[in-house]
Each structure stands twice: as structure tokens, then as C-alpha cells.
Design a protein around this ligand. Sequence first.
Ligand code: BG6
Length: 491
Amino acid sequence: MAGPCVLVIFGVTGDLSRKKLMPAIYDLANRGLLPPGFGLVGFARRDWADQDFAKQVHDSVKENARTPFREEVWQQLLEGIRFVPGEFNDDNAFRTLKRTIQELDESRGTGGNHAFYLSIPPGFFDDVVGQLRRHGMAESNGRQWSRVVIEKPFGHDLESARELNQIVSTVFAPESVFRIDHYLGKETVQNLIAFRFANALYEPVWNNHYVSDVQITMAEDIGIEGRAGYYDGIGAARDVIQNHLLQLMALTAMEEPTSFDAAQLRTEKQKVLAAAKPPADIDVHTARGQYAAGWQGGEQVRGYLDEEGISPSSTTETYAAIRVDVDNRRWAGVPFYLRTAKRMPRRVTEIALNFKRALHLPFTHADTEGMGTNALVMRIQPDEGITMRFGAKVPSTQMEIREVSMNFNYGGSFTESSPEAYERLILDVLLGDPPLFPQHEEVELSWQILDPVLNHWEESGTQPEQYASGTWGPKCGVEMLARDGFVWRRP
Ligand code: BG6
């Protein structure tokens, strides 16, 4: 359970806040993980009073919370809800914010502990952290803490990421900065650590002696859903590969940390990112695409260039795939393929390790034709679990071997549903528990992998290849793997 504190959210009228943050706060309260002395302050441009904000929180909880609505939990939360209207450069608004927090410190007994969540475009970080410093809200001392939470994108390339970090780190010490990569808050992602390091069975084959290639896929069936302003010019690689997928790769490839405290875990992830090289030949080892009109879930959907707010000549990619090689003893020679896209046939995120064929097969070619590739698949979402694919003898045949699956499903083994990533991450911020938050060094290393790709794509001045909505992406994506002798898994 978190100790008494105030959480201030900037950008509280945005999508993330309504769909994820507010419901997560309620779910934490409902699970008994928030203290009675908890205060929630919204800050935004909207000319709202406390009760308008409270209504927004209430509506988003009713709509999106994971756990059932309980009036007594809501009433307790409601007592600590405040709203401060204002612009980020308005000194008066920040004076009001400070008074509001002080009032909550008194009435809720928060002990002067405050977390500031910047759910705002990075262009405003400078204004907000500057205001927090000037108004004396950024200091931590032995008795009370002040933490800042920032959301991706952490810059749009290496240089801008450094600038952003400079802005934040002149005001907050590294241990007070919590960078959210919500993929690390997902149960199934944390299970990757348990699966690898709590069991004896898999680690011996988790290397280039046995693994032929690793495929990390994050496919979405949705389009850009009214987020043209954010997405256009950013694209799939910056939106997802730079953060979520490279983090998944780091957890998949890292060595066993000596413990799971933040420093050890981050060190192991960093070593992987430092050993990972950008694709040597970008034309050969990357692919990008843009969704065209097509069919999704029985409905006709429009193409990216026809989405509201998108320029008809936009070169932003909605499909991105890259090959990354991790140059170390464990992984040399094993390509890691990372791909993400919008408007694919279905929503699915998975990490698949494909295994090499046995060096000798005492069967005829015809016997093993249907055998496929041995694979171990960590199913991150939405169907959470782990699958093993291997060959089995088809009953009543002489010796025909066909590919079968063995499945572990969370739903079948555990009665409790997985908490939302934001529940875990918000709680960890309030507890001051940092292992699940990437450090600036990891962000830099990730941009170092991606920058050459993005620059090359931009300099090429070409349009990404179109793929019909509701399909598994452009031809160039298939060809990229075929050149290496592999095929994408159909999740
Ligand atoms: C966000 C991206 O980080 O992750 C979005 O900005 C994407 O474009 C979202 O839709 C997907 O998250 P999840 O948890 O639904 O896989």
C-alpha cells in the first residue's frame, strides 16, 4: 500500500488520463492499495471547478475501470479530488496549485509527499518543471518526497531526447524521475523474468546454439483513432519500436541480473541495448508500410492518407519492421525481428523464439513435412499465456509428424485477472519503487539503434509501401525475412 501523498496530473483532459490513469487510480483504491490520506489534483486549461473534474473522473471510472464500482471507495477518493485551471506558463495558476496541494497536505495528512505526472506533449516539459522548481514544489528531502512522472515519447531522436533529459534532470534528481513505458507494467512482460530465471528448463536453450531467430510482434487492429496530431510525423517506429519493443527485446536477451533491484535490472538491459546494432543495410533489413483502405472486423475502413488531419502526401509509416543483431556471445548470429503495425487483422503482442532444426532427423523428409518450427511463444496480450510448438506423431500413421501446441493460459491457471499496466506503474511511483521504469541511458541507447533507420527512411524521400487494412502488412515486410530465409509467424 502506498503511503499518504498527493498525485498531480497535468493534461488531465487528455485521452490517456480518461482511458487509463483515472480508472487505474480507482482500481488501486478499490484494491486497498491507496491510503486514506490520498489526494488527486487535475491541472488543465479547461475552465473547470473541482466538481467538474470529479465528474470526469467518475465517468471514466464507470466506463473504463477494471474492478466493480463501489460507492464507499468512490466517496473516499472524491474527498481528495481537486482541480486547478491554468496554462503551463501562468505563474498564478502554479501559485494556486501550490496552495491546493498545501491544503490537501493538511486535510489528508499527506506528509508533503507529491508526485507530478506530466501527461502532456514533451514541448511543455520545460514550462512545467520550471514552474515546479520556481514555486518550490520539486524538492525532496529526508522527510518528504517530490517525484516527476513522464510519458513517452522521450524525444523524437537522440538529440531531442538528450535535450528533454537535460530539462528534467536540472530540476529533479535521477531517482525522482519515473519514465513510463507501460509495456513494462504488463503482468505478462514481468512474467518473462519469472519464466526465464525461476525455471531450470528453458535457460539452457535460450541462446544461439538452439535459437534460430526471435520475432517480437505488436500488432493492432485499430487505426490512429483520432490521434492524427500525435501520430503523423512520429510513425510506428518511434511510437512503439523505440520504447516498447526494444524493452521487450532487452528483457528477452539480457543475462540474469544478480538481483531484481532497479540498478541491477537496468544494467543488464543496458548491456543488451549497447550490444544491439542498428541494421547494417537498412534497405535490406527494415520494412515500412502505410495502411490503405480495407476491411476490418466486417467493416470497411479508410486508408491512413484519408484519415482526418492527415496530409494526403504524408510519409508517416504505420507498419515498421527492423532486424536488430545483438552482438554478444549468447546471441551472435540470431536476428531479432521487431515489427509493429496498425490495422492488422487482430490485436496481438507476442515474443516468439524459433528454434533450429535438430541437426539429425532419423525420419524421412515426407514424415516431417508438416512438422514446422519448434517455437516458444510468450503471449503478452490479449490472450495472455505461453505456447510451445513442437512436432508430434499423428495417430494411426506409420510415422507422420505434425506441428502441435502446448498452451499455458493465465485464465485457466489463476483466478485473478491481470491488473492493468498503469495500476502497477502508478503504485510503484507512489511507493518509489523504480525497477520497471527505464533510465535515460536506456532511452539514449534505443535512439542510437533507431536513429540511422529513421534518417535513412527520411532521406530516401519515398512513400512507405501501402498494405490493405486488415492484412498482415506490406510485401516488403515478407521479403525482408525471406531474404534471411525466415517467415513471419502468423500469431
Ligand atoms: C502506445 C502507443 O504507447 O501503445 C499507441 O502510443 C498504441 O499507438 C498503444 O496504440 C498500445 O498499447 P496497448 O497496451 O494497447 O498494447
